[in-house]
Ligand binder design. Sequence first.
Ligand code: SF4
Ligand code: SF4
Length: 468
Amino acid sequence: MMKTEAVIEPKSTLQPRSVEGRFRNAKTAILVFAYAVFFLLPWLRWERAVGPDQAVLFDIPGRRYYIFDLVMHAQDIFWLTALLFLAAVLLFFVTTLFGRVFCGYFCFQTLWTDAFRFFEKFIQGDRVARLRLDKQPWNAEKILKKGLTHLSWLALALWTGISFALYWGDAFELTTAFFTGTAPSAMYGTAIILMSTTYLTAGWAKEHVCLHMCPYSRFQSVMFDQDTVIVSYDAKRGEGSTGRVKPIKDMRDQQARQSAGHGDCVDCGLCVQVCPTGVDIRKGLQIGCIHCALCIDACDGIMDKQGWERGLIRYTSEHGLEGKKTKVLKLRTVGYGLATLLATIYLVWSIGNSKLLEVTAVQIRSPLFVQLSDGRIQNSFEVKVNNKSMEAGRYQLVIDNFPGAELELGQFSDIQLKPDSSIRILAKIRYTVPPDDTQKNREFQFRLTPLEGKVKESVIIPSHFITP
Ligand code: SF4
Ligand code: SF4
C-alpha cells in the first residue's frame, strides 16, 4: 500500500509555504515545550542535602546522575536499558495506532528543521519570497538575507551544542568557561560536533534526512495496517467519478460539481505546497509522509473558504476511508501496549524500590586463610557499605550463625557515613577450629544494622569461612 517513488529532487531543499491551523498550533506548542525543557533544564537549580544544586546533571567523574530527587548510581544503569526498551515499545505502540506521529511532532529533526524554517521565514519571507530570492542573482539584499539566515541557524546550532554539554557539568561554570576558553576540551568537542550536525541536518539537509537517511521511515511500513490511523486523502470525496477540477466558472458550487461528477478537491495544490517533505498526499500513502498533518490544516482552510465540510484530508484509516469500522484492538497493538505497560510498571517499581543501603562483602582470596600464632584461622573480607540516601547514617556490622568466631574491624566500632557516600573496610574473622572438626567451609552471614539514618532495616550478606 505504500509507494516508494522519489517525491522531490534531491539536489535542493524545499521551500514549503507556512500554514495556520490546529495541527500547526499543536506542532508549535510541542516545539516550544520541547525547547523550553531542553534549553532551560540545565539552568534549573535543585536543593539536595549533598551533591550539586543542578536539577538534572549527569556527573560522569562522580558516577552519579541527578534527575531532580532521583540520584542514579553507576550500578543503576539497567534503568537506562529499561528506559530504552520502554521508548522502543512505546514508539511501536504509537506507530501501529497513529502511524509516524513521532516523526511529525516529536522527532529532533522535525523540531529543529521547524525552528530553522521559522528563522528563514522571519528573515526571507514566506515561500514565494524565498523562491524569488533563490532565483535572483547575488546582490546586497540576497547576501544580507541569506547571510543572516545562516548566522541565525549557526547561533541556534551552537546553543544546541552548548546546551547539550551543560547537562554534564555545572551549567553556570561551564558556560563561563566555554566563552573564556577554559572549558574542558570534551565540552568544545561535543558542542562543535553537535553544532555542525544540527546546522547540516536541520539547515542544509532538512527533509532529505527524513526521505533518505532516517532508518525508521524504512521499517515503519511493516507496522502499518488497514486500521492504522494516518493522514489520508479521501479520494472518493475529492475526485468524484470524473476527477478533481478547479473552482472556475460554474464549478464553484458544490452541487454543480457533484452533478458533473467532480469531487471536492479544487486542485489548489496548497496541501503540496505546505508539505515539509514535498509529498502530494492525493497520490496515496508515501514513504516521505511524516504525518505532520499540515496538509490537513491547508485543506481545511480551503474547505472553510468554500463553505464545505472539513476533512477532505484527515486522520483516518484505510478501513475508515472505505466506510468500514477502524479496529483499534489488534493483536499487534495489544502486544505493544502490554509491553509498554509492563516496561513502565517495572521501571516505576524498580526506581521506587531501589535500595538506599547497599552492602557487599568480598572474600580476600590471596591468601584464602592464614593461621595465626595462637593457632586460630583468619579469613579477611572487603566490606563495602554504600549509603545512597540523602541522610547521614550510622551502622553496626556483626556476624551471625558463627558461634565462637570473632570479628575485627580495626578502628571501626561502628560505621559512620555521610549522605550519598560509601566506605570500604577490612573485616577480619578469626576462629579456633575444634580439633575433631574436619569441616572446611562454614556458612555464616554478615549483618549490617542501621543505628541512625533513613534506612531502618538490617541488611544480611551470606558468606562463608574457609579453613585448611
Ligand atoms: S488542499 Fe485540498 S483542495 Fe487543495 S489540492 Fe489539496 S486536497 Fe485538493
Ligand atoms: S503529506 Fe501531509 S502529513 Fe504527510 S508530510 Fe506532507 S504535509 Fe505532512
